[in-house]
Design a protein around this ligand. Structure first.
Ligand code: SF4
Length: 406
């Protein structure tokens, strides 16, 4: 179905906005704390995806580890009310909870932990860091950790692979910090590849905001805040299609970046995510709902036949996406980086992933600032691959501007 106001210029998208209209949810939208508002701040009509059986299967929360202040906050109470059967376990700090974080146990346990466990905490440090590549600034995010389970994910490197979502409940503090930071910047003095006119703030560095929106209104609050800030734009990458985000009315002030890789690689490496075809099919709906829609071609994993697989993906994009999506689209290209500890963890549960992720003949080591042993493709391998991928984009999706590739 297509939104009635959408130009009739291309293929059907995955979710028509009209599909969200319907009988009011018996449960309704959470109304505690910051929640309870729909587009324009009015009440939310219709059932929410996050109340669906599908969403509940992804996040069948049974245990919530909570700092007392986080549990007592408006956002904390909202979240606890969503999961009334969950056991609440008080913790002094959301950071490195013994028996929860770390790499002990088997993958079944880790993956279960990602869905069955939440952590509530308060983000103590509110700092915005300069970036300059994906975004101008990295905002203090509303979460850390993810219910999805990509084999190459860098987010758990500091906490161990079992890293369920920590929701930061002091979202008002995060938004107030951002308001001050944005006000201090004034207008963007000149265009750059991040954006022509707006300061771009990445709000999802350490998680997936689409998944966070299954839990609470942190993502919604950020999207609604950014629409009031004419000099700034939010941006986040996602591998999950959450139709609830279509109701937030971002008015062009949020850029959603669907991460894409060839479907066969995604099936091997992107556990628990939405299928790549669904992410592509959702692009038009998100554009019609008021988002800017970009793509992350990432991570690019070099394996025999990768060029053919990416060619197929780019042709699929060209075939499926309507012109209105293509006209505003841009892409980031990010080559795989990996990590020795994660490699060793993965060998224990998903050795087939490591057959493609761990390629010592192609990779070189890089000691990170925190002492971790990271690897990335050797300079000449990476330069050749980036050159090849740029050529494939030019040949098969010439409308797709590459913002940067590294
Ligand atoms: S979606 Fe992103 S944050 Fe979540 S597991 Fe995958 S790479 Fe990590």
């Amino acid at each position: 179905m297509r939104h009635p106001s959408a130009p009739d210029d291309g293929s059907d998208a995955l979710f028509g906005l009209d599909a969200l209209d319907g009988p009011a949810s018996p449960r309704g939208h959470d109304t505690a704390g910051h929640g309870g508002s729909g587009p324009g701040g009015g009440p939310q009509d219709g059932p929410l995806f996050r109340d669906s059986a599908e969403a509940r299967r992804l996040l069948p929360v049974r245990a919530v580890y909570a700092e007392p202040a986080a549990a007592a906050s408006a956002r904390g109470r909202q979240i606890l009310a969503r999961f009334p059967a969950a056991e609440v376990i008080e913790v002094a700090s959301h950071w490195r909870i013994p028996g929860l974080h770390g790499n002990e146990g088997n993958v079944e346990r880790w993956v279960r932990v990602k869905g069955e466990t939440l952590v509530l905490g308060e983000r103590k440090t509110l700092t915005t860091r300069p970036n300059g590549r994906s975004a101008d600034w990295i905002a203090p995010g509303p979460s850390n950790g993810c219910a999805l389970a990509c084999a190459y994910c860098y987010v758990p490197r500091r906490k161990g692979y079992a890293n369920p979502i920590t929701v930061f409940t002091n979202i008002d503090g995060i938004i107030a910090h951002l308001a001050r930071h944005i006000a201090r910047q004034g207008r963007k003095p000149e265009p750059n590849q991040c954006d022509e006119t707006a300061w771009v703030y990445d709000i999802g560095e350490n998680g997936d905001c689409s998944v966070d929106a299954l839990i609470c209104d942190n993502t919604a609050d950020l999207v609604r805040s950014f629409r009031q800030w004419p000099t700034a734009k939010a941006s986040f990458a996602t591998k999950f299609v959450n139709p609830d985000l279509l109701t937030l009315d971002p008015r062009g002030r949020t850029r959603i970046r669907f991460s894409l890789m060839p479907a066969a690689d995604s099936r091997l490496l992107d556990l628990r995510t939405s299928p790549v075809a669904d992410r592509i099919a959702a692009a038009a709906d998100f554009l019609d709902a008021g988002y800017e829609v970009h793509f992350n071609l990432s991570p690019v994993v070099l394996r025999p036949g990768w060029q053919g697989a990416w060619t197929e993906l780019l042709r699929q994009l060209d075939d499926v996406l309507p012109d209105r999506v293509k006209r505003q689209a841009a892409a980031e290209v990010i080559m795989l980086t990996h990590n020795r500890d994660l490699h060793e963890v993965n060998l224990g549960w998903h050795p087939r992933a490591e057959e493609v992720l761990w390629q010592p003949a192609l990779q070189q080591g890089k000691r990170s600032e925190n002492g971790a042993s990271n690897v990335r493709y050797a300079n000449h391998v990476k330069a050749d691959a980036v050159h090849t991928l740029r050529g494939l984009v030019a040949a098969h999706a010439p409308w797709l501007r590459i913002r940067y590739a590294f």
